[in-house]
Design a protein around this ligand. Structure first.
Ligand SMILES: Cc1cc2nc3c(=O)[nH]c(=O)nc-3n(C[C@H](O)[C@H](O)[C@H](O)COP(=O)(O)OP(=O)(O)OC[C@H]3O[C@@H](n4cnc5c(N)ncnc54)[C@H](O)[C@@H]3O)c2cc1C
Length: 406
C-alpha cells in the first residue's frame, strides 16, 4: 500500500500547527489540510489581532519543544507576574504573585497571529511537512490498514492517521459520527484592545459581575490590555453597537476605574460562548484534538492551552510507536484515556466558577465572597490552584512539565 502521508492533520489553527511542529521532528511524512489560504511567508504582524491567548507555563514548555518559543520571545509579548480576581458584589478577592510560587511569571499574553507566524516559520523549513490549502475534506473512508480522504478539489489522499484539529464545528468529527454534547452558556464575549490612563504593571485582572466576568490581560505596551468581557447576548449587542465614547465610559464603569479612564479601544468583536465535549476522542485512524474535542468557557483562558496539551500528549503516544501502525484504535485510546479525564475536570471547574460567580442568590454570593477571601489567606491552597492554572499540575506529557526536548 503506497501512502501519501503517515499522518494528515486537518486544521492549521494553533492546535494543528503545534501538533505538526512537534511531529515534524520524527521522520514521518505529514500533510496539513487547511480551509483558509495561508501564505507561509506573509503574516502582517503590524496589524493587531483581536484573538489573544493567555498562554500557560505548560504551553510555553511545549512551544519550546515545538521550536517556536525563541521566535515568539524575540517579539513583543505581554506577561503577567500577578493576578487579581475580585467580586463586583462584595469584598471577596484573591491575589496571586509569581514570587510566592518561585516562578518568574504566571503566564503570557500572546496575539494569535504571532503564534501562527512562528509556526509558519518552523513548518516551512520542514521537508517532511506539506501544507495543502485552501482545501477541505468532503468525505473519508477507513480501511483496515489506512484511511482515504476525499478533498473538495477532487484529490484523494491515503494516510495511516487523520488528526482532526478543525475546531469547534469539526467536519471530521461529524463525518466520523462522533457525538458532541453542547451547552449554550447564553453569554457572548466581547474582545478588543484597550489603552488605559494607568499602566497595567504586568497584572492580569478579572472582575466578576453577575452578567459575567470582565478580564483585562496585560499586553507588551505598559498601558495596553486585551479585554474579554463575557456578558448576556443582549448587552453584548448593545456594547458592539455603542459609539466609541459611550463604550469607553461603560467599560471604565464596569471595571470600576481600576486602570483609570479608558483612552482608546480597537474594533470590537463578539463570540457566542458555549461548552462542548466529544463523546469519544478517537476512532480507528482518527484522533480529535483541541476545540474539535472540547470547548470551554474563556473565563480562565484555558481553551487553547488544553488543545496544546492534547497535541503534546498525542505526539508523545505516537512517537513511542513510530515503527508500528499509528492509526490503530487501541494505540489512540492511550491518548484518549490520558486527556479525557484532565479535560473533563477543567470543563467542570469552569462551569462551577461560572455558576458561583453568576448567581444572584444571597447565600451563594455570601459563600463566594467568604470563599475568595478565605482561599486568599491560605498560601498552600492558593499555590495549588495557581500551579493548576499555570498547567504545571496534573497528569502532563513529559514536554509540558519542563523544558525537555522531545
Ligand atoms: C473570546 C475568547 C477568548 C479566548 N481566550 C483564550 C485564552 O486566553 N487562552 C486560551 O487558551 N484559549 C482561549 N480561548 C479559546 C481558544 O480560542 C480556542 O480554544 C482555540 O483557538 C482552539 O484552537 P484550535 O486550533 O483547536 O481550533 P481553531 O482555532 O478553531 O482552528 C481550526 C482550524 O481548522 C480550520 N478548519 C476548520 N474546518 C476545516 C475543514 N473542514 N477543512 C480544513 N480546515 C478546516 C480552520 O480554518 C482553522 O484554521 C478563547 C476563546 C474565546 C471565544
Amino acid at each position: 500500500m503506497k501512502l501519501d502521508y503517515d499522518l494528515v492533520i486537518v486544521g492549521r489553527g494553533v492546535t494543528g500547527g503545534v501538533m505538526a511542529a512537534l511531529m515534524s521532528q520524527s521522520d514521518l511524512k505529514i500533510g496539513i489540510i487547511e480551509g483558509r489560504d495561508i501564505n507561509l511567508d506573509d503574516t502582517d504582524l503590524n496589524k493587531p489581532d483581536p484573538r489573544v491567548f493567555a498562554i500557560t507555563r505548560a504551553s510555553e514548555h511545549i512551544f519550546r519543544a515545538a521550536g517556536i518559543w525563541d521566535d515568539l520571545a524575540a517579539q513583543s509579548m505581554g506577561h503577567f507576574r500577578e493576578m487579581n480576581v475580585w467580586d463586583a458584589h462584595g469584598e471577596g478577592s484573591i491575589h496571586f504573585h509569581s514570587k510566592n510560587l518561585c516562578q518568574p511569571t504566571l503566564g503570557y499574553i500572546i496575539e494569535n497571529h504571532r503564534i501562527q507566524n512562528a509556526l509558519n516559520n518552523v513548518l516551512k523549513n520542514k521537508k517532511n511537512v506539506e501544507l495543502i490549502c485552501p482545501e477541505k475534506v468532503n468525505q473519508f473512508i477507513v480501511n483496515s490498514d489506512h484511511a482515504e480522504l476525499f478533498l473538495e478539489s477532487g484529490k484523494r489522499l491515503k494516510t495511516k492517521l487523520i488528526v482532526a484539529a478543525d475546531g469547534a464545528n469539526s467536519k471530521i468529527r461529524e463525518l466520523a459520527n462522533i457525538k458532541n454534547k453542547q451547552h449554550d452558556y447564553q453569554q457572548t464575549a466581547i474582545v478588543c484592545s484597550v489603552k488605559t490612563q494607568l499602566a497595567h504593571e504586568d497584572v492580569a485582572r478579572q472582575r466578576f459581575m453577575q452578567t459575567g466576568p470582565l478580564a483585562f490581560l496585560p499586553l507588551a505596551e505598559p498601558n495596553t490590555c486585551s479585554i474579554v468581557w463575557s456578558t448576556t447576548p443582549e448587552q453584548a449587542t448593545e456594547l458592539i453597537d455603542m459609539e466609541q465614547k459611550a463604550f469607553h465610559q461603560t467599560l471604565e464603569e464596569a471595571f470600576d476605574s481600576t486602570l483609570g479612564s479608558v483612552l482608546q479601544t480597537t474594533q470590537r468583536y463578539s463570540f457566542p460562548l458555549s461548552r462542548a465535549h466529544a463523546k469519544n476522542y478517537v476512532e480507528d485512524r482518527i484522533a480529535l484534538i483541541g476545540d474539535a474535542a472540547h470547548r470551554v468557557h474563556p473565563l480562565a483562558g484555558q481553551g487553547a492551552n488544553l488543545g496544546i496539551l492534547d497535541a503534546a500528549t498525542l505526539t508523545e503516544v505516537l512517537l513511542k510507536e513510530t515503527g508500528q501502525d499509528i492509526g490503530r484504535r487501541n494505540l489512540l485510546r492511550k491518548y484518549e484515556r490520558w486527556r479525557k479525564g484532565e479535560n473533563l475536570s477543567i470543563i467542570a471547574a469552569m462551569d462551577a466558577f461560572k455558576y458561583i460567580f453568576g448567581s444572584e442568590k444571597k447565600p451563594v454570593a455570601s459563600v463566594r465572597n467568604f470563599g475568595l477571601s478565605t482561599v486568599d489567606s491560605l498560601p498552600f491552597v492558593k499555590n495549588f490552584i495557581m500551579h493548576r492554572a499555570m498547567g504545571l499540575e496534573g497528569d502532563l506529557p513529559k514536554i509540558a512539565r519542563s523544558t525537555n526536548a522531545l
